[in-house]
Ligand binder design. Structure first.
Ligand code: SF4
Length: 226
């Protein structure tokens, strides 16, 4: 009998977990640090974003009240490693202002807002796309929202579960409609996808080392089969 989509997705996750172990995301000490990290990692590797986060921390600036009140010209030099630093300084300051004014700089107050409403509020901020908003919803607010990135689309289209060029929403629906709405599962599943995409399912994939190549005991991946 053919495996259902749900079974496929669970088996893929189990195989990734068995290969890589729990990923313990998001790598941050506080929810606010996660929120700032989500902005800083836009269009750059996490390594670069992490350097910018550390600079803010070392300067004593990883504080919503300080960032909300500081001139962007003073924020930008600290986040140079994240590239696009002038734009990101503006985004960080605007986000911090909203976080202070509308949520009292309290992650619990932010997380208490209904998911759809909070997502809409985040998406209304300048420079906030779906991946940034969903990253904050999942990793800072622990909402069961599946985060989609380029790795997700690449891996699951190669695997044959998504068409080439699938949209963000189409990719998100694949997981949201097939898996239990579980923030812990979504947290680690996305982290596993990033690990696979970063180390094995690259532009030139290393299929012979791939832990999901033979999920269900058969060669399932369209590329890995070759
Ligand atoms: S088998 Fe190859 S193409 Fe398929 S997911 Fe693994 S690394 Fe990517």
């Amino acid at each position: 009998m053919a495996a259902t989509l749900t079974e496929d997705l669970i088996q893929i996750y189990d195989a990734l977990f068995a290969a890589f172990g729990h990923q313990h995301w998001w790598p941050a000490k506080t929810p606010f640090e996660t929120m700032i990290g989500a902005i800083l990692t836009q269009n750059v590797s996490w390594t670069n974003a992490a350097r910018a986060v550390r600079n803010l921390e070392d300067a004593g600036m990883l504080d919503p009240h300080l960032l909300a009140a500081t001139d962007t010209a003073d924020i930008a030099p600290l986040i140079v490693p994240s590239r696009y630093y002038n734009r990101k300084a503006e985004r960080i300051r605007e986000f911090s202002r909203v976080y202070v004014a509308e949520f009292g700089a309290d992650p619990a107050a932010m997380a208490a807002v209904e998911t759809g409403e909070l997502r809409k509020r985040l998406l209304a901020l300048r420079g906030f796309g779906k991946e940034t908003a969903d990253t904050i919803l999942l990793y800072a607010c622990e909402k069961p929202v599946f985060v989609v990135d380029a790795y997700t689309r690449r891996i699951f289209s190669r695997y044959g579960l998504l068409p080439e060029g699938a949209s963000y929403d189409q990719t998100q629906r694949l997981f949201a409609e097939s898996l239990e709405s579980d923030a812990e599962l979504f947290n680690d599943y996305h982290a596993q996808i990033v690990r696979l995409g970063n180390t094995i399912c690259k532009k030139s994939p290393l299929c012979d080392r791939c832990p999901i190549r033979e999920v269900c005991g058969t060669l399932r991946c369209a590329v890995g089969r070759g």
